[in-house]
Design a protein. Structure first.
Length: 247
């Protein structure tokens, strides 16, 4: 049986998915995490909270692949916008991911994963296209949730491109600027995607990453992130994944 893993780093990012699972989902507790195994909108799934960061994401990805034999993995959650075109409320679907904090120079090139000989991990083209199409339909809905921390954002856009991952919450303008300079193609920054991607690559499992932009990785990032997490994050995840899983 084909089974899809859906992972998120924070409870709010997957709460509506857990609530929508068919009754009778089994909960398996492994390595201090709950793995919810059942059916979501007609698709056999395992849903889990990874917790924040690269190690947590890698461990969780390994568990869903080895213990639950998933055939595909989706990581969903929030991210800080880096690229000038990527604003709060937008959605980014990864075409490829890299670990911006990997630096084993002078032994290896900057960003290269040592002994794996690669910097980038390519997301599955078909799954990513499905996420992109579903996100585009969701963001063009009239009843889009548009209030974030008292501000309205303009019509959200959906982007497809490079996501940069590292064990750091970027919340200083200087750090965000340095990342933009070093990685001009990076659309957004988050803390799990490329670690999960590395594990999926090593196991030969197709994966995709979808991120909703909660902040601009600047001095206001903490406030923006918190408000977005509380008010909007869950609406996006369910609103984009429901039509995709039902189709
Ligand atoms: N996830 C959401 N916002 C982020 C930021 N500013 N830095 C890293 N990860 C994030």
């Amino acid at each position: 049986m084909e089974r899809l893993a859906i992972l998120g780093a924070l409870h709010e990012e997957i709460a509506d998915l857990l609530a929508a699972m068919d009754p009778g989902a089994a909960v398996h507790r492994i390595a201090m995490r709950d793995f919810h195994v059942g059916t979501l909108w007609g698709t056999p799934c395992v849903i889990a909270l990874s917790r924040i960061g690269k190690v947590a994401a890698a461990a969780t990805a390994t568990i869903v692949i080895r213990e639950f034999q998933v055939s595909r993995v989706i990581f969903t959650g929030l991210a800080g916008g880096l690229h000038a075109d990527v604003d709060v409320g937008d959605v980014v679907v990864a075409s490829t991911l890299m670990q911006h904090d990997m630096d084993a120079r002078p032994l290896f090139d900057q960003h290269e994963i040592p002994l794996l000989g690669r910097v980038h991990f390519e997301a599955d083209a078909v799954l990513s296209q499905q996420l992109y199409d579903s996100a585009a339909r969701f963001t063009s809905r009239r009843d889009m949730p548009v209030i974030q921390a008292g501000a309205t954002f303009a019509k959200p856009r959906v982007h497809h491109g490079l996501i940069a991952t590292g064990d750091v919450f970027v919340s200083h303008n200087d750090d965000a600027q340095a990342l933009r300079k070093r990685l001009p193609d990076a659309l957004c920054v988050e803390m799990e995607g490329a670690a999960m991607a590395q594990i999926c690559y090593e196991f030969g499992i197709p994966f995709a990453v979808m991120r909703v932009i909660s902040d601009r990785a600047d001095h206001a990032a903490k406030t923006d992130f918190t408000a977005f997490l509380q008010n909007v994050a869950r609406v996006y995840t369910a609103g984009i994944l429901e039509p995709l899983l039902k189709s």
